[in-house]
Design a protein around this ligand. Structure first.
Ligand code: ZN
Length: 545
């Protein structure tokens, strides 16, 4: 963030020290849930005993002054989240470091923290957004004018961060209070007060809507914060019925993974996204910290695992479902279970043909010599005939091979150039479309859908019927339009890239075809050691010759 004439650390430290009394008063008036214990950060040399020490004695202005005047970490303190009456004066969302301090990951965290702050602002006041460490760690404070039930505070906090994963965060933000109620005889968690960091020479900075404020500006911003009206927040949270399903997450799950998992999620409580699925409160035991993890296996079976060890049968029973509700419907009775056919919008999605490219394609196709076809066939390890099927051409001006790409109406919509060094670039103005070899539409054989021209050429060389899509995500709408008229079996051939993106996109395409055309499409990949169909084909032909 842009800072005008950044203050020196020394002057920032002085400003915090000089304002210690004002800050201590602010804390006493606004942030104290209970005053019979607090936490204090241990000095570095004693950290092996634990980062913090719980001090079970009353604290007051002396401890708070010490904190704000602190020049070393062992004066830094934190205050409890919850009172003995199970109430709270504040919620803190802690967007912590995920171990990565790259600028990019800091920016992701900052953006997420801003998003959480703006969601909280929707409840009627301004939250306090604090940068709490040098490396992009953020605390979002929502301070209330009166105490609210810790249960409401907890649920509201969870609700605000429920889709953390979609915001690009690598781990879920911590929400304080961390539980609805503190168990009898236990102490609540504590949150570090703004000010000096407990290990770095860094003082909290405060977001003013456009930039990060430091020193006295930050302090002024903290002390003049307008607390949220506790009654409004409580009313609005009751209206939201936080205990009920979080519709946003469920709707998204339904869209991406189907009704089956959405149905299960809708019956659970405290559902939030996780790295590879969702987490929720386990309905089979008295679950304070959501310990149920839900995911989707490769075979589309729904996985439900309770970390407290509940039997999956019991978990499902508790929400009125059965084990078979975890399994995808068998494809053999597909007509009975496939979703209703989605209407295809015929006109709008088709990429328009371009007369200019039609003319260009004709010219390029005329210009190519048999030697030039042979040269590329040799380089790719495919047959010259397969390239002729693809209507390969030659561009004299660019000295490269050309491949036409087609829209759903089988008209040329763009041209891909392939240079001698293997680089590929479209001609300016091209729209990416499908690779449709001559005679691809001849019925009677399984139609293979591959990625890119050279894979299609390899498949044709292998005696298969094949078409291609441009890359992992392009051409989907055109493809679905085109396939509407194909009655033969369809197979999507996925690339084997390390990241799994090829397989993932192939599965997404398969799902889309299933939804739109009401057909089951198999996804296959070349064996693991081959990155795509062509390398698989090349290896096999070399072996046999
Ligand atoms: Zn359980």
């Amino acid at each position: 963030m842009k800072k005008e004439e950044p203050k020196s650390l020394r002057s920032i430290a002085t400003e915090w020290r000089e304002n210690a009394e004002r800050l201590a008063t602010f804390v006493q008036e606004n942030l104290v849930n209970r005053d019979d214990f607090y936490i204090r950060y241990r000095p570095q040399e004693l950290r092996h005993l634990g980062k913090v020490e719980v001090i079970k004695k009353r604290y007051g202005s002396a401890e708070l002054l010490m904190h704000f005047q602190a020049s070393s970490p062992d004066c830094v303190i934190g205050l409890p989240t919850t009172s003995q009456e199970q109430t709270c004066r504040w919620i803190v969302i802690d967007v912590d470091s995920d171990g990565e301090d790259s600028e990019e990951s800091q920016a992701v965290r900052e953006k997420a923290a801003l998003e959480f702050a703006s969601r909280l602002a929707g409840y009627g006041s301004t939250p306090l957004l604090i940068k709490s460490s040098e490396y992009g760690r953020f605390h979002v404070w929502m301070i209330f004018d009166h105490r609210i039930a810790s249960k409401t505070a907890f649920l509201l906090g969870r609700k605000i961060v429920e889709d953390w994963h979609s915001l690009g965060l690598k781990k879920p933000p911590e929400v304080f209070p961390k539980q609805e109620q503190v168990a009898e005889g236990k102490l609540p968690n504590s949150v570090r007060l703004p000010g000096l960091h407990h290990t770095q020479k860094f003082y909290s900075e405060v977001w003013d809507g456009g930039k990060w404020l430091t020193g006295s500006d930050a302090i002024h911003s903290i002390c003049s914060i307008a607390p949220f009206c506790s009654r409004t927040v409580t009313d609005r949270c009751a209206g939201l019925s936080l205990e009920a399903r979080p519709s946003h997450v469920v709707t998204k799950a339904a869209k991406q993974h189907g009704q089956q998992v959405a149905n299960l999620l809708s019956k659970l409580k405290l559902v939030t996204e996780s790295c590879d699925g969702w987490s929720a409160r386990c309905p089979a035991h008295n679950d304070n910290n959501p310990s149920l993890s839900i995911g989707i296996a490769g075979d589309k079976k729904i996985l439900a695992h309770c970390f407290a060890g509940c039997d999956p049968r019991k978990i499902l029973e508790a929400v009125g479902l059965e084990m078979r509700d975890l399994y995808p419907p068998p494809p053999s009775i597909r007509s009975a279970v496939l979703p209703p056919r989605t209407r295809i919008h015929r006109q709008p999605v088709v990429i328009a043909a371009d007369p200019e490219f039609v003319a260009l394609q004709k010219r390029f196709a005329k210009s190519i010599s048999p030697e030039q076809i042979e040269e590329l066939a040799h380089a790719l390890g495919v047959t010259a005939a397969s390239l002729t099927e693809l209507q390969i051409g030659w561009s004299r001006e660019d000295s490269c091979w050309t491949f036409p790409e087609y829209n759903a109406a089988q008209q040329v919509c763009g041209i891909l150039r392939r240079f001698k060094d293997g680089q590929k670039r479209t001609i300016k103005g091209s729209r990416r479309g499908l690779t449709l070899p001559l005679g691809w539409g001849k019925p009677g054989k399984t139609l293979h859908i591959l990625e890119g021209q050279s894979d299609v050429a390899a498949a044709i060389s292998d005696g298969r019927r094949a078409i291609g899509r441009p890359g992992t995500s392009g051409g989907v709408d055109d493809l679905i339009q085109l396939l509407d008229s194909v009655k033969d079996d369809l197979v999507i051939v996925a690339d084997n890239d390390k990241s799994g993106a090829g397989l993932k996109s192939a599965k997404e395409l398969s799902d889309k075809i299933t939804t739109c055309l009401r057909r089951v499409v198999n996804v296959i990949g070349p064996p693991n050691s081959f990155k795509d169909f062509r390398s698989f084909f090349n290896a096999n032909t070399r072996k046999s010759t």
